[in-house]
Design a protein around this ligand. Structure first.
Ligand code: AMP
Ligand code: MG
Length: 331
């Protein structure tokens, strides 16, 4: 029996989740948003600092652990990758709780957590299409590590969509809004399709879209529709090749862009055509959240990964940590 509290703070979301014996017993968060313009890391960190205690007590309350914090066995936190000022807030809060409750710390890689949480759905050894704000990677387990089989060479898919939305003046996050506009789009506008080997590149498509937007020749509906069709097809192509290369039969989607109905539909069609199974977690676990950190933290904790006392206090954030830097000792 173990109860793990997980803290997520890599970017816009400050989340706290609690997992008991692989069951999520609470998952609370606040997400930084703007009406127009993007997110400035220092402002987001301030937002996290202002919300962390509130979210902590909400999570304890939902888990039925208010006043029973001694039942928590360890504090897991997102160590990286992410925005340094935001990661620092989460790490400092994890250390504060670790000291106060006298419990060990478990440092978790955010991308690996997106994959591990997929196990909840029954996926056993999936290829993960991790499509989030800052990250876009095709990840699968192979020979002791989570390997990156393909990734973006420049912008993350979510940031790409958000940047286009910012250009269009529709605020942050742009993904859900672009999806709505795309539903009204009728005409496909030709855009570059940029897959290089197993990687994708989005910055050229972004420049192209920006020019088209500023030329005022095209409607936002049609541009949003075409954007989705082209970049999602690129993601699906690379995911399919990762399935073919690894011989795996499961595709899992993770990250906030995975909330997009059209992207899921395209993944489903591809999986059906090649006899693979498509898995997705509920939206609350697709986006950044504390529960996936707690869930992964529990797996790591049970395999003996925990930091106490001086070692815990020495743990630092790893803003540029790569998925394949993580030594997977729990498999
Ligand atoms: P994450 O970084 O994983 O929390 O995901 C956040 C990103 O997901 C942001 O860039 C959002 O714009 C994007 N996003 C959320 N919902 C959707 C959607 N329905 N379609 C496309 N992108 C989305
Ligand atoms: Mg994420």
């Amino acid at each position: 029996m173990s109860t793990i509290l997980g803290i997520e703070s890599t970017a816009h979301t400050f989340g706290i989740g609690i997992v008991k014996d692989r069951k999520i017993i609470s998952n609370k968060k606040r997400v930084f948003t703007t009406e127009s313009g993007g997110m400035i890391p220092i402002d987001v960190a301030k937002f996290h600092a202002g919300n962390k205690h509130k979210i902590y007590y909400e999570a304890l309350d939902e888990a039925g652990l208010l006043g029973k914090e001694d039942k928590i066995d360890a504090i897991a936190f997102s160590q990286g990758p992410g925005l340094a000022p935001c990661l620092r807030e989460g790490k400092e809060f994890a250390k504060e709780l670790s000291k106060k409750l006298n419990k060990p710390l478990v440092p978790v890689n955010h991308c690996v957590a997106h994959l591990e949480i997929g196990k909840l759905t029954g996926a056993k050894d999936p290829v993960l299409l991790y499509a989030s704000g800052a990250n876009t990677q095709i990840i699968a387990y192979s020979s002791g590590k989570y390997r990156i089989f393909g990734e973006t060479l420049d912008m993350g898919i979510g940031n790409f969509i958000d940047s286009f939305a910012r250009e269009a003046g529709i605020g942050f996050p742009g993904g859900p809004k672009i999806e709505k506009f795309a539903l009204e789009g009728k005409n496909y506008i030709e855009l570059p399709y940029v897959v290089k080997g197993m990687d994708i590149s989005l910055s050229g498509i972004f420049s192209n879209l920006k020019q088209k937007l500023n030329s005022e020749k095209y409607s936002l509906n049609d541009l949003a529709f075409s954007l989705q069709e082209i970049v999602f097809a690129m993601l699906v192509e690379v995911s399919e090749r990762a399935l073919a290369h690894t011989g795996k039969k499961e595709l899992l989607i993770g990250g906030g862009v995975g909330c997009n109905t059209r992207l899921r539909e395209m993944c489903e069609i591809m999986c059906k055509e090649r006899g693979a199974k498509f898995f997705t977690v509920p939206n609350s676990l697709l986006v950044d959240n504390g529960a996936m950190i707690a869930y992964t933290g529990e797996i790591m904790f049970k395999s003996g990964i925990k930091y106490k006392g001086k070692k815990a206090q020495e743990l630092d954030i790893l803003p540029r940590q790569r998925t394949d830097d993580v030594l997977v000792m729990w498999k």
